[in-house]
Every structure is written in C-alpha cells, then in structure tokens.
Ligand binder design. Sequence first.
Ligand code: LCS
Length: 397
Amino acid sequence: MNTKDLGFNSKLVHAGDFQDEFGSAVTPIYQTSTFSFKNSQHGADLFAGKEKGYIYTRIGNPTIEALENKLAELENGYKGIALSSGMAAVSAVYMTVLSQGDHMISTGAVYGPSRGVMETHFSKFGVSYSYIDTSNLEEIKKSIRPNTKLLYLETPANPTITLTDIKKASEIAHEHGIIVCVDNTFCSPYLQQPLDLGADIALHSLTKFINGHADIVGGALIAKSKELYDQLRKTMVYTGGNMDPHQAFMVIRGVKTLSLRIDKAQENAHQIAEFLENHKKVEWVKYPGLKSFPQYDLAREQMKGFGSMISFGLKGGYEAGKILMDNVKLATLAVSLGGVETLIQHPSSMTHAGVSKENKALAHISDGLVRYSAGIENVEDLINDLKQALSRVDLNQ
Ligand code: LCS
C-alpha cells in the first residue's frame, strides 16, 4: 500500500508493513540468517544489485526492512537503517562522516556514551572534537574549523532537557559544508522531525519511545539523501551493527501506538512538572511545557508537543535524592526512558555514583538532579507517589 500521503497515525500503523503470501495481518518475523538463491545466476544478480531480494540478514531482511521503511516515512527521510542499539547508530554516524584529521562539534550535554565513545575510541584515529553549548548559536559559529565535518546535536539533551534550534544550527553548518545529525530520541518523529528542519541524519535509540515497552534495545538512522544513506548503510553492514529480525518485529509492534502513548505520557508529564514546580522541597524544574522553561518559545516552534521527560533539582541535594529514590513506590528506579511505565533515576547516587565531581559537572549532573520519564499510568497515582516520597525528605537534616 502506498502510505506516503496518509497522516502520521496511519503511517505509524501501516507504513512499511507488508502481508506475505498467506495474507498475514502483520509483518511476519523472518527469523533466518540467510536466503537461498534460485540458481548461481540469481546469486550473482543479487550481489550485483541487478535483482532485488535478500542475501544475508546482516545485509538485509524483510522484517528489518519493513521497520526501516516505516521509520523513513515517519521521519520524512530517504531511507532508514535499523541497528542493534542506539550506540551502534551513534558509532556508525561518527565512523561514516569523520575521517582521520577531521573535527566534530557536539552538544556538550549529550548522552554520556555518545561522548565517551568519541573521547576514548575515535580520538585514537585522529578525530578531534569540541563539546559546547549548542543552544548558543554563536558558540557553534565560533567552534567551526576548516576541518569540521560533523555537527552532532541532541535536542532535548539528556538529562538537561536543553534544546538546540535545529533549523538555525543546520543553516550555519551547511554554509560550511558540515553534516548535521540530530539525536531525536527524546522526541521521536511524532514530536519533532529534524530532517524537515534541515538536518541530514535523524538518529534514534529505539529502546526508548519508538519501541516504548522497555523490552528491547535498538537503534536507527534515517538519512535525508541517498548518498548519505548508502554510506551509512555500508558502515552498518561492514561493522555488523545490524538489528535482529525478532527485535525489528517488536519495534514494529511497539511503534504503532507511538502517538497514543506520547499523548498520554506528555499530558501526565505536564501535570507532574507543574506539581513539582509548586513543591517546597523542589529547587528547580526543567520541562519544555512550563512557562518558566528558558526555551519555551523554541520548544513551541520546533516540537509538536513538550514530551514526557522532566529533570528537577531537590533542595536537599544528594541525601534528598537518595531518600526520594528509596521511597517512590509506583515509579521504577531504573535507567532508560520513554516506556509506558514511569521511570525515575537520581544520577548522583545511581549511574554516576563513582564519577568525579569534575566529570559530573561535564555531564551537567548536580547532586540533587532527578530525571523522570513519565509513563501512561493514572496521573493522580504518579503525583501521590511523588508526594508521599517527597514527604520523607527532611530539609533540616
Ligand atoms: N541517545 C540518547 C539520547 C539516549 O538517551 C541513549 C540511551 C542513547 C542514545 C543510546 O541508546 P541505546 O544504545 O541505549 O539504545 N539512554 C539511556 C539512558 O538515559 N539511560 O540508559 C540508557
């Protein structure tokens, strides 16, 4: 079915999906590593690209391709590439766009490993980088060097929720022939479409909103041009970061309800952010839908909704964070985000417990910072849960 002219929700359900010869209602799982050739000529034609078909699952597979085609339509891109994880997607971008001697500019407050792999691995191959505040366009301009090849943006950033103006940043980058990649994990294409705003690559950790059920790890890249798509695809195939057919099936199933899940989760998040903003034990709240959010206007312009990620700071700092973690009952204490279940995490006492003060500052993590991924539960239950857990925090201790 041609789904190109359908609305976003119809695309979520139908784009990319196909029926097999049995009339399957959903895209089946082709759980096979390899595909037989009809004869030697057929094999030769497939390899030469003279005939369409499948050879080997790392190179291509019907279930995986169904997901790739769906994601490409959702992001308005040329084609999609599904990978084993979000980090496989990040690494594939660095590997494809950057060569020895090249320079990258990136949002400073990116997801830690997106920075980690650059600093520990890509630096070994002679790539240099500038981690800056990309919400400040002047800083982007100042950081451009003759050898800058990639502008890597994460917006909203994890966990600061700071936004970067994708349209303006892309215009600046393109004046210098720099490729722009946007990590769109926090929004998903339902809330933000980076390629329409001028970016060249949209990147996702599918683990989060797109799959939405906290039961698989996956990643994706959607390229705007055929040229970039071909290069990225080659990197994935050569380095073996491919997705598995079963993983793809799970994501296809999960993504069909993306808009329903996000509508409910962001409605919950908005009310929770307002509750937190008025709570005496909370020092600050960062949620793009709050009038107090410093980039509220940009959020309204660039995003179709405010999402369901909240960061907030507790007045009691580290100790208060620990008490909150030990007393919430409905929210699950866990890393990750974007699932139907509410997740909460206090980086200082959990993921970043062994990290030095300097490195925590680099990651923009203060002692009282709490990250909250609102799920689709009843909002009264979520607020009551926070209320009772916050009542245990004693600011006079
Ligand atoms: N990009 C963003 C914005 C992320 O939040 C993550 C994972 C990744 C990329 C990497 O994706 P993965 O390989 O895990 O599929 N974020 C996580 C987090 O905040 N807690 O645990 C994982």
